[in-house]
Every structure is written in C-alpha cells, then in structure tokens.
Design a protein around this ligand. Structure first.
Ligand SMILES: [Zn+2]
Length: 88
C-alpha cells in the first residue's frame, strides 16, 4: 500500500511528455511529499489495527498504548490493567 503511493509519487514526478525525458525540477519535492503521505498512511493503518480498550463507564474507545488513567470522554478513572476491569 505505502509502496504503491511512493511509486505513484515517483511516477508523478517523472516528466513523461518532456522532450528530454527525465524528472521534473521539483521531482524531489513530489517524491518527498509522496513518502510523507505513505508514512501517514502507515501510521494511520497501524493505529487503526491496534486493539482498543473500552471505557467501562461510557464505552468510549481508548488506545491501549496510551496508558490513560482517566477516560478522556467521561473522566472515569481507569485501572492500570485495562482488560481485567472488575465487572460492575
Ligand atoms: Zn468514559
């Protein structure tokens, strides 16, 4: 997925119709922005695939790695062991 974006940005930076075929003068900027987009996609995909803790009070989704002590949605205090919260 990310490789495709980088590849497309490289292809987009290439001057296909120019008389001497070659990369555009701003090819580096286009490729770099493509890599930046690919990086954002990787980070977004990674965070989306991560498991979520669910606040027992309001059901809000909380990232596991954030180690939150308080729910940002309702302010409910969360125990350190998110998965083994005692049933209410
Ligand atoms: Zn909550």
């Amino acid at each position: 997925m990310a490789t495709v974006i980088v590849l497309l940005s490289v292809l987009g930076a290439y001057n296909w119709r120019g008389s001497p075929l070659g990369f555009l003068p701003n090819a580096g900027v286009i490729i770099l922005s493509g890599i930046a987009v690919a990086f954002i996609v990787i980070v977004a995909a990674r965070s989306a695939s991560q498991p979520w803790r669910v606040c027992p009070e309001c059901g809000g989704r909380l990232p596991v790695h954030a180690r939150m002590t308080k729910c940002p949605y309702c302010g409910h205090s969360l125990s350190e062991k998110g998965e083994s919260l005692p049933p209410r």
